[in-house]
Design a protein around this ligand. Structure first.
Ligand code: ATP
Length: 218
């Protein structure tokens, strides 16, 4: 097989799918299930966590911008206190904008790099890459995706689940929700919609249905 036709063959077997939704809508749960079904997961939050360390170039820029107050120091190591940083930026739109300007280009580049790396791996099984990115639309990452899945849930469930998972109160949840695109707007841009307002079992069934459709995409 010529090199070109081999690349084409690999391209045909590759689908890059964005996975997004509102905070607490169930993206991580859905990504975990897709992983069990065989997808390769790229997690934008994990990338952000790994890049936001005091010793990384991004971490240094963020510390320069927001000061030593965002550092959490132990005897051995210092960390960037993400909760403190979140509290600062979610109460000041200008600061949130500044943080996003610093963070988003690096995260987008890393997502693109990881997609390229998976694409370069040889293999003749259909590879489905799921890019789990809460701010997929807000950052414009959706334009690199072949398809987009939106996980939707009512605002009441979002708040209830955030409270149960993180102990976040209603006011703080609403503040984060209001800084994201409205979930209704995201659902209108979805190729696949996964409703997560019922049990985990129902959620799994819905995920399996979408998985089947992705497998049979031409
Ligand atoms: P974030 O935006 O903060 O990253 P997320 O969209 O990734 O959140 P998850 O962490 O998957 O959301 O889900 C939020 C919480 O809701 C978790 O504790 C999860 O276990 C729970 N959860 C998800 N789906 C359901 C469901 N169908 N029924 C009950 N609890 C659920």
């Amino acid at each position: 097989m010529s090199k070109l036709s081999e690349i084409k063959r690999r391209e045909i077997f590759m689908v890059v799918v964005g996975l997004t939704g509102g905070i607490g809508s169930g993206k991580t749960t859905v990504a975990g299930q897709f992983k069990k079904l065989g997808a390769h997961i790229i997690d934008a939050d994990k990338i952000a966590r790994e890049m936001l360390q005091p010793q990384t170039s991004l971490g240094k820029k963020v510390i320069n911008c927001f000061g030593q107050q965002i550092l959490y120091k132990t005897k051995k190591k210092s960390y960037i206190n993400r909760k403190k940083l979140a509290a600062i930026v979610f109460s000041d739109k200008e600061k949130l904008k500044k943080l996003n300007e610093l963070m988003h280009p690096s995260i987008i580049n890393q997502i693109k790099k990881e997609i390229r790396e998976v694409k370069q791996k040889k293999g003749f099984r259909k590879q489905i890459i799921i890019v789990d990115a809460p701010l997929l639309f807000e950052t414009g990452v959706n334009i690199f995706m072949d398809k987009v899945i939106v996980v939707s849930v009512s605002r009441e469930y979002q708040i209830e689940r955030m409270k149960k998972r993180d102990g976040l109160n209603k006011k703080d949840s609403l503040r984060i929700i209001k800084n994201q695109w409205p979930l209704g707007k995201k659902t209108k841009c979805a190729d696949y919609l996964i409703d997560n307002s019922e049990s985990i079992q129902r959620l799994k069934e819905r995920i399996e249905n979408v998985w089947e459709e992705l497998l049979y995409l031409k």
